[in-house]
Design a protein around this ligand. Structure first.
Ligand code: IPM
Ligand code: MN
Length: 356
């Protein structure tokens, strides 16, 4: 099969971790006899530096013409520390999500046996936790208008907007996802306060009779934040709006043991994007110490979702599992044990795949 992908390394540790995921993708392609073609594209701070635009039109074109996008991370402290900056790296990511119509971001939380002791949570709480958060990705407060500052600069505002249609399409995906798993769906909102959340609840309630095999529960986001830590095994599929999903999935990565282990798939109307949930971790950039597994596991999701190649995806996951079993891990996981570099972990995983 021909695999045509776009690779967007981005900023910070993005290039280092993406390089490992690309190496793994190449190894899988050659093992299974696929022809891999890829094009690199710019996004984020590096794109602003090169072109003035965080999501240049050429990048969009490359994405639209690819079957999948493998993406690292974006963001740079020089923008974080300058609230008056007119263009920001994050605008590139948001524009890509919007232009590719990536309304659903699928973020699995699982546990790996060798990492269970790394979670700050009690072993019996996290062992066996396995749920998927489906985060709405192109609506809500991330995109709502109006947004900005009052003329005198003394007031700032953001607007949360959702239409019934936007809620319906993400909820449909979540119900169907739950049907293929343990058939439990938790819809997270703040319906006691927010009008948008009440529309979420109303829309999802009205859909429930079409999915009689799915047990549906509603949870306020504050309670959900607590329950994720207190009883992670109580969740199967979670569906929620953009901002709540952003926050809850960072929290959920604590269950796995490291942000560096959490992959995601962003799917929707056009080309799907596969991206780790972590950011650009600028303090580690260029040091060859960042954990590449979240991006490597995102490549596994690419094989699964974009190419429907399950054996290829399974072998990547097995290789990552084995790297953990053998203690070939970066410093975020190693603790007092020996830490390997980003590229050593990537090499080990590639080698495992080649020799399998
Ligand atoms: C994520 C990130 C992004 C988000 C940032 C970098 C804009 O935190 O993918 O979760 O908030 O969506
Ligand atoms: Mn985030």
């Amino acid at each position: 099969m021909n695999l045509n992908i776009a690779v967007i390394p981005g900023d910070g540790i993005g290039p280092e971790v993406t390089e490992q995921a690309l190496k793994v993708t190449k190894a899988i392609a050659s093992k299974f006899g696929h022809e891999l073609n890829y094009l690199n594209a710019l996004m984020g701070a590096c794109a602003i530096d090169a072109t003035g635009n965080p999501y240049p039109p050429e990048t969009h074109e490359i994405c639209m013409n690819s079957q999948a996008v493998l993406f690292g991370a974006i963001g740079d402290p020089k923008y974080d520390n300058d609230p008056s900056a007119k263009v920001r790296p994050e605008q590139g990511l948001l524009e890509m999500r919007q232009k590719l119509g990536l309304y659903a971001n699928i973020r699995p939380t699982i546990t790996f046996k060798p990492l269970i002791s790394k979670s700050p949570l009690k072993e019996e709480l996290v062992d066996g936790a396995d749920f998927v958060a489906i985060r709405e990705l192109t609506g809500g407060i991330y995109f709502g208008e109006p947004r900005g500052r009052s003329e005198n600069g003394e007031k700032a505002f953001d607007t949360c907007v959702y239409t019934r249609e936007e809620i319906h399409r993400i909820a449909k995906l979540a119900f169907e996802y739950a049907q293929r798993r343990r058939k439990k769906l938790t819809a997270v909102d703040k319906a006691n306060i927010l009008a948008t959340s009440r529309l979420w609840r109303e829309t999802i309630k009205a859909m429930a009779p079409d999915y009689p095999d799915v047990e549906l529960e509603f949870l306020f986001v504050d309670a959900a934040a607590m329950r994720i830590i207190q009883w992670p095994k109580g969740f199967d599929v979670i569906v929620t709006e953009n901002l709540f999903g952003d926050i809850l999935t960072d929290e959920a990565s604590v269950i796995t043991g490291s942000m560096g282990m959490s992959p995601s798939a962003s799917i929707g109307l056009h080309t799907s994007v596969f991206e780790p949930i972590h950011g650009s971790y600028p303090q580690a950039a260029g040091k060859n110490i960042a954990n590449p597994c979240a991006t490597i596991l995102s490549a596994a999701m690419m094989f699964e979702y974009a190419f429907k190649l399950q054996d290829e995806a399974a072998l990547i996951k097995e290789a990552v599992d084995q790297s953990l079993e053998n203690g070939i891990v970066t410093e975020d996981i190693a603790g007092k044990d020996k830490a390997y570099s980003t590229s050593e972990v990537g090499d080990w995983i590639v080698n495992y795949i080649q020799n399998k």
